[in-house]
Design a protein around this ligand. Structure first.
Ligand SMILES: [Zn+2]
Length: 200
């Protein structure tokens, strides 16, 4: 289609989504043109509403639309067991298998000296505060099995052992292939990795 700058902008927007190439983005933009006006307006409204209303939980960093997230607010959960993840979507992987009725802590990334991401860029101080304030007894380090994930796990294990020696620090057991991503791991592999978690 020629001379349709609005269409091109829409294609550019869809192409920013993960896993969407130019061809797919063009198909999506065409589908928007075919939508009833009402559906297109609802589509754009839901995008803006989600962006405006959803924010990180000030306590754990998972997404919420309220003051505190679903997990932190749930008193029936075991608040003494905390799975530490790099990104909010990694917590979803554990929630899907539903083995541990625990709470979470999102670091906001992984250590990566090449990209200039150091400990001060991650929510580590806040994790230490939570250990002290919330009676956390076990921390499960659940980073993706990549070089950055390993580096971050080792750093955290040392840092936490120094400031909170009473807390048990574990990491996921073997079974996750190196370079894998937690959100793509199948439920059984993830469950075995969790059950086989090892003390550091
Ligand atoms: Zn929370």
């Amino acid at each position: 289609m020629k001379d349709l700058p609005s269409f091109e902008l829409l294609v550019d927007s869809f192409a920013k989504l993960p896993g969407v190439g130019r061809k797919s983005a063009e198909r999506m933009a065409s589908a928007v043109l075919d939508m009833p006006q009402e559906d297109a307006e609802q589509f754009s409204k839901s995008l803006i509403d989600a962006k405006n209303r959803i924010h990180p939980c000030p306590n754990c960093g998972l997404f919420t639309e309220k003051d505190t997230c679903f997990y932190c607010a749930d008193e029936s959960r075991d608040h003494s067991l905390c799975i530490v993840v790099a990104r909010p979507k990694d917590a979803d992987a554990f929630e899907k298998i539903g083995v541990l009725n625990c709470v979470y802590h999102v670091l906001g990334g992984l250590l990566n000296p090449a990209k200039g991401i150091g400990p001060e860029d991650l929510a580590i101080d806040h994790l230490v505060e939570r250990i002290q304030n919330e009676g956390i007894k076990e921390i499960v380090l659940a980073m993706n099995p990549t070089i950055e994930g390993e580096t971050t796990s080792l750093f955290l294990a040392h840092a936490l052992a120094a400031v909170a020696p009473e807390v048990k620090i574990t990491r996921l057991g073997y079974g996750l292939p190196m370079g894998a991503s937690l959100d793509y791991a199948d439920a059984l592999t993830l469950q075995k990795a969790l059950e086989g978690r090892k003390s550091l």
